[in-house]
Design a protein around this ligand. Structure first.
Ligand code: AGP
Length: 591
């Protein structure tokens, strides 16, 4: 999952590319690079490491006045993390440079054909084939960039979004996308193609979302686009309703901590503000014969909560499905099915693939999204925006609680009953939990060197145990396992030794008594218990109080925040990256 960006127009391309790349770095951060079109040809600087490291490197180029360029931040898929594999990639004659996000599935075959025609490759990546193909096509038809680009994309298989500059095409940036996102920020006299809107918000909030399976020639303030089939496209400029300030850390040391704290207002914003056509979505659910909730990672945990919420509030028997395991159930999807796809980025490849399959089978798709203009939003028959605001930290936090609130509102829209959450109570509850941050940080410093951490919960709290485990793993790099409390005796109890940390989600609802019995069993075997509940008990070694609320769903929303903070402070103690955890990326746009 990489970040790509380009600039063409009046202005300093280098400056825009670097600042835009910083805002894309959460998409991948193994290496970074850029290419500038100058009067002497194309200058390329690229290297392993962060955008900051690239910035130091390009200072040597600072004198280069260029108004056209492209840049890239990489999450390696094909080819190791090396300078040579960093993007941009160039053609043999150095007259073409490209940056790419996605996977060219037929790259080996194309590479062999190109080498047979005399091309020399300098990297191990799949992406480099695009540069050589463009070189051939532009050389063959120097005055017809559209024809050259169309011919290239018709040879590619797989997912791709790429932008290219060349000495053949002057201030025009060539672009194409197939199942990877690409959007163009447009101003009066400049254009900024990029992987997402966050990268160009500083300069414009006018965006053109390129259609899937389309090409574009992007000039200063002007974009022309057509489908791979050749059909010309009418382009629409959309106003992006995100404030740049929402993307900044606003004084926090990490985006992740800021976004955990953002829940002071995002949870109640999702609860009280307009999310989109909930009524229409509810109608689809009422009429459906089969309902699947499809998601990945944290969004899948929200889907698991959704199963309880839709069953208990709307009497709907829905099936959560991991997007990567969707093929098993695909055979039963048809015109009577509704697929509820949940995705913060709206670009998760597995989710989009499931959505495309379901649509082909006649199913209706409800998208529960966060990023405006995402592929999922545009593929959905009905989409609901959770309004959590941009989430930059790779670890999902505020988007999770907003996804859960959106599902609760959707369930209420189906049943016609009152939403069982009170904004005042919820907002106050989040504040009260956040006030315990010092104590939670204290517990984190005790847990930070644990070999394994276990988290248990019953009923609707089980998905929260899973979510807490994922946070501990991806932020602190500590192995953690979430499991249903009722499953302990069926095996995992064998792993409990003296001092084993077990986090227990145990609010005083219909799951409390049975979970308390689990605590006694764990204690008898020497476990160290961290209780998260509105009711204290002497069995806990550590305790984080969540406020007593009128609804168990409020408890679900409140009890996940201590887990987010615990994972954050464990990571801080362990010196982990936090906003950009190793090996991960914010948007998994490849399968
Ligand atoms: C969660 O902290 C992870 N970043 C990851 O599991 C994420 O939830 C998953 O990749 C799904 O992303 P999405 O919501 O953008 O589809």
């Amino acid at each position: 999952m990489c970040g790509i960006i380009g600039f063409t127009g009046s202005g300093n391309a280098l400056e825009v590319l670097i600042r835009g790349l910083r805002r894309l770095e959460y998409r991948g951060y193994d290496s970074a690079g850029l290419a500038l079109l100058t009067r002497d040809g194309i200058s390329v600087v690229k290297r392993v490491g962060s955008v900051e490291a690239l910035e130091r490197e390009v200072s040597s180029l600072a004198g280069t006045e260029s108004s056209v360029g492209i840049a890239h931040t990489r999450w390696a898929t094909h080819g190791g993390v090396t300078d040579r594999n960093a993007h941009p990639h160039t053609s043999c004659d150095g007259r073409v440079a490209i940056v790419h996000n996605g996977i060219i599935e037929n790259h080996e075959e194309l590479r062999a054909e190109l080498i047979a025609r005399g091309h020399r490759f300098t990297s191990e990546t799949d992406s480099e084939v695009i540069a050589h193909l463009l070189e051939e096509e532009l050389r063959a038809r120097p005055g017809d960039p559209r024809g050259a680009l169309t011919s290239v994309v018709r040879k590619l298989r797989g997912s791709f979004a790429f932008v290219a500059v060349s000495t053949w095409t002057g201030d025009a940036i060539l672009a194409a996308r197939h199942n990877s996102p690409l959007v163009v920020g447009v101003g009066k006299d400049f254009s900024i193609p990029a992987s997402d809107v966050l990268s160009f918000l500083e300069w414009t909030d006018d965006a053109i979302f390129l259609e899937n399976e389309s090409c574009a020639v992007i000039r200063p303030g002007r974009v022309e686009s057509w489908l791979f089939t050749g059909e010309e496209l009418e382009l629409k400029v959309t106003k992006v309703a995100i404030e740049v300030s929402e993307v900044d850390k606003r004084g926090y040391v990490h985006h992740t901590l800021k976004e955990i704290h953002d829940q002071r207002f995002t949870v109640t914003r999702t609860l009280t503000e307009e999310l989109g056509p909930l009524g229409e979505a509810a109608k689809l659910l009422r009429e459906a014969r089969r309902i699947l909730l499809v998601a990945a990672g944290t969004s899948y945990h929200a889907a698991l909560v959704g199963r309880y919420v839709l069953a208990e509030l709307a009497d709907l028997d829905v099936q959560p499905v991991l997007a990567s395991e969707y093929n098993l159930v695909s055979r039963w999807v048809n015109g009577d099915s509704v697929l509820v796809a949940i995705s913060q980025s709206g670009e998760t490849a597995d989710v989009l693939e499931a959505v495309r399959d379901a649509k082909q089978k006649g199913a209706k798709v409800i998208g529960i999204v966060n990023m405006p203009g995402s592929s999922l939003e545009r593929l959905s028959d009905v989409h609901i925006n959770i309004r959590a605001g941009p989430e930059i930290g790779v670890a999902a936090t505020k988007s999770f609680t907003s996804q859960v609130v959106a599902l609760i509102r959707l369930a209420s829209a189906v049943s016609g009953k009152e939403v069982p959450l009170d904004p005042e109570e919820l907002g106050a509850g989040v504040e009260q939990v956040l006030e315990q941050e010092p104590q939670i940080a204290e517990i984190a410093s005790i847990l930070k060197d644990s070999k394994d951490v276990y988290l248990i919960g019953r009923g609707v709290h089980y998905p929260i145990a899973l979510e807490g485990a994922l946070k501990v793993k991806e932020l602190a790099y500590v192995h953690a396992e979430g499991l249903p409390a009722g499953e302990l005796k069926h095996g995992t109890l064998a792993l409990i030794e003296s001092g084993t940390p077990v986090i227990v989600l145990n609010p005083s609802d219909d799951t409390h008594t049975d979970t308390l019995s689990n605590c006694q069993e764990l204690k008898a075997r020497g476990a160290r218990l961290i209780g998260i509940s509105d009711r204290h008990h002497s069995v806990y070694d550590f305790f984080v109080r969540i406020p007593r609320t009128g609804s168990k769903y409020a408890s679900v929303l409140l009890e996940v925040i201590p887990l987010q903070l615990l994972a954050y402070y464990m990571a801080l103690e362990r010196g982990a990256e936090i906003d950009k955890p190793r090996n991960l990326a914010k948007s998994v746009t490849v399968k």
